[in-house]
Design a protein around this ligand. Structure first.
Ligand code: ADP
Length: 380
């Protein structure tokens, strides 16, 4: 990038116009950066707030090529995009961050795991699997589709012979089932100059029924050495990938105190939403700084925080209503982020709430209060 940098002079395109894009726009506004977005859904969360918005397929070669050809820089808020078009655009001089080969590596869980193995990144033992292959692990083991899975869809824990019937019939991987104490996440950024910064460690609590992250707490309740080690693994990983942008690294803390990388995402991530309120620089601003090769922002947390996903209630489908919003707005340190989706359905991610306070005890109390008082329901 030129030394006298001014975001408005650059045509920046984003593939994907969902909630992550929406929060990226909020950070872009502060730097006077104008984002052009592409998303298949004409009513996507960014549709009415982007500097410009086009509706079209992210996986279609020609659509991505046309969208990108008059841009200086392209980035993504989702991995599943047409990387052949991105490679062609790179050849034509468009900067693409994260780089297309990183997107290809990350959207295939098999290639991802092989990369960890080849580059001494700690991860659970695994094998590639095609239907009919023998499985070298005892029950329980974890069966994962190589591509197309998200939010736990595409992952099965196979506990016994009977469950084999519902096992996937596509190219996949089989992993040893890791007995873990906690699921953690750390977000790291790297710019083109090679500067790297990690945010603090986050602890994820899942809703067992929806299999979605329900609560997330940061800083995580672990020994400080674990946090340092996780940040080191994340820095090491982004450096070895030679990636430019933001990388979310999901880890297991095993019952033996070992850290294993589960999976990574090359973009702003659900586990970093709280950085808007509790870090000096949010993950969204950091992503923009990284892809524009600007100095990275300070990642220290100035408060303790939690994030609660707002997920559509079971049995509710239709125009959305956030029941209890006023009640939670009365609690100090509570900030809702609604994603602008007009319709709810069971388990749909509709928004999140960040809760911050000086101490984690206080955060946990308020987080429970928020959870008890807010519900995403339909009007009819
Ligand atoms: P997704 O990409 O759909 O989020 P993940 O690979 O993160 O899928 O797996 C979903 C969940 O399954 C994880 O959050 C974890 O709870 C569980 N899981 C995944 N891999 C393992 C493993 N090797 N051992 C134990 N549990 C696992």
């Amino acid at each position: 990038m030129a030394k006298s940098w001014y975001g408005r002079e650059l045509q920046i395109g984003v593939l994907g116009g969902g909630q992550l894009g929406r929060m990226l726009i909020q950070a872009a506004n502060s730097l006077d950066i104008q984002l052009h977005m592409l998303d298949p859904d004409p009513n996507a969360p960014c549709a009415h707030i982007a500097y410009s918005f086009e509706s079209g397929s992210l996986t279609d070669y020609q659509t991505v090529l046309n969208f990108g050809k008059n841009k200086d820089l392209l980035t993504v808020e989702i991995e599943n995009v047409n990387t052949d078009a991105l490679r062609e655009l790179e050849k034509q001089g468009v900067q693409v961050y994260p780089q297309p080969h990183i997107l290809e590596l990350i959207r295939d869980k098999g290639l991802q795991k092989q990369f960890y193995l080849d580059h001494q990144i700690p991860t659970a033992p695994f094998v590639f699997y095609n239907p009919g292959d023998t499985i070298p692990y005892d029950f329980p083991y974890v069966h994962k589709l190589r591509t197309g899975g998200y939010d736990g869809k595409g992952v099965q824990i196979i506990k016994n012979e009977a469950q084999l019937v519902s096992s996937f019939n596509e190219p996949s991987i089989i992993e040893e089932c890791v007995p873990f104490e906690k699921e953690l996440s750390v977000i790291v950024a790297r710019n083109k100059n090679g500067q790297i910064k990690s945010f603090g460690l986050v602890e994820c609590e899942f809703n067992p029924e929806a299999n979605l992250v329900e609560f997330l707490f940061s800083p995580a309740d672990v020994n400080p050495n674990i946090e340092k080690k996780a940040q080191q693994i994340a820095s090491d990983l982004i450096e070895k990938l030679e990636m430019v942008g933001l990388l979310a690294v999901e880890l297991f803390l095993t019952n033996d105190g070992e850290l294993l990388v589960n999976e990574i995402a090359p973009r702003p991530h659900n586990s970093g939403h709280h950085t808007i309120e509790i870090a000096r620089c949010s993950q969204f601003e950091q992503h923009l700084r990284a892809i524009l090769n600007l100095p990275l922002g300070e990642t220290q947390f100035h408060s303790a925080g939690a994030m609660l996903n707002l997920i559509g209630e079971k049995g509710h489908e239709g125009p959305v209503l956030y029941q209890g919003l006023e009640t939670i707005l009365n609690i100090p340190g509570v900030h809702p982020h609604l994603y602008g989706k007009s319709h709810t359905k069971p388990f749909r991610k509709m928004g999140h709430v960040t809760i911050s306070a000086d101490h984690m005890d206080e955060v946990r109390k308020k987080a429970e209060l928020v959870k008890a008082n807010i519900k995403v329901i339909s009007k009819n």
